[in-house]
Design a protein around this ligand. Sequence first.
Ligand code: ATP
Length: 254
Amino acid sequence: MAKQPIITVKNLVKNYGDFEAVKGISFEVYDGEIFGLLGPNGAGKTTTLEIIETLREKSAGEVTVDGLSIDHDADKIKQRIGVQLQSAGYYPNLNLSELIALFCGLYGIDKTANEMLEKVALVDKAKSKYKELSGGQKQRFSIATTLINNPKIIFLDEPTTGLDPQARRNLWDLIREIRDSGTTVVITTHYMDEAEELCDRVAFVDGGRIVGIDTPNHFIDKLIESGFERKKQVKLANLEDVFIDLTGKEWREG
Ligand SMILES: Nc1ncnc2c1ncn2[C@@H]1O[C@H](COP(=O)(O)OP(=O)(O)OP(=O)(O)O)[C@@H](O)[C@H]1O
């Protein structure tokens, strides 16, 4: 079956004053995939995501999300997407159950905190405050909050930055489960191993332009076909494999 686009971006431009941060980019995200936006600092990834999320005004171009235009249907789009909040967005004195109840109230959705915390293996932390969680637990909690309104698409901006190898791998499993349950995932990351492992397709953004879009495998195969060889002989394992071998696969932070 042909892949159906759930997000369509056409000739998107964003200017900050005289500076053109996004220079007319076009791409599609397919329904049900994990799509990665990759690129150096300042490439325009967050700006692009925030425009799609209807949180930032564009300067020019067209964006549709689940068939709705960001120009006319921003409110409807907001109901169909989940966006990971920065930690500053959580009330510090509420525990995880209370925070979930608050979000459910805001969305007008009847769900129990346990139901949501179960999805991200945080039921035993239901009475803890957000600030008392480890880095991995904080990320898992914020992913749970993106799922409250049964979104069709979730947006995760660098979800594994600062996490240890076990917590990262664990989060990859969680993100794959979310994709397998039918939710499209759009993610940014600076970790190429993560993009290779997790993303069905990736777009490389550089200087406000898309310089390549394909599956990780195709990108790598094309590079090898072009005659590229690594300078150093590649070993069959790396230091991260040693880390996992020595310290185990289980999560440390519950
Ligand atoms: N509110 C703003 N006002 C002015 N310039 C901005 C603003 N937000 C972003 N920029 C500039 O736009 C460019 C793109 O920024 P953006 O945050 O989208 O990049 P990014 O690819 O997400 O980078 P990173 O990987 O560092 O998060 C940068 O040069 C940045 O300085």
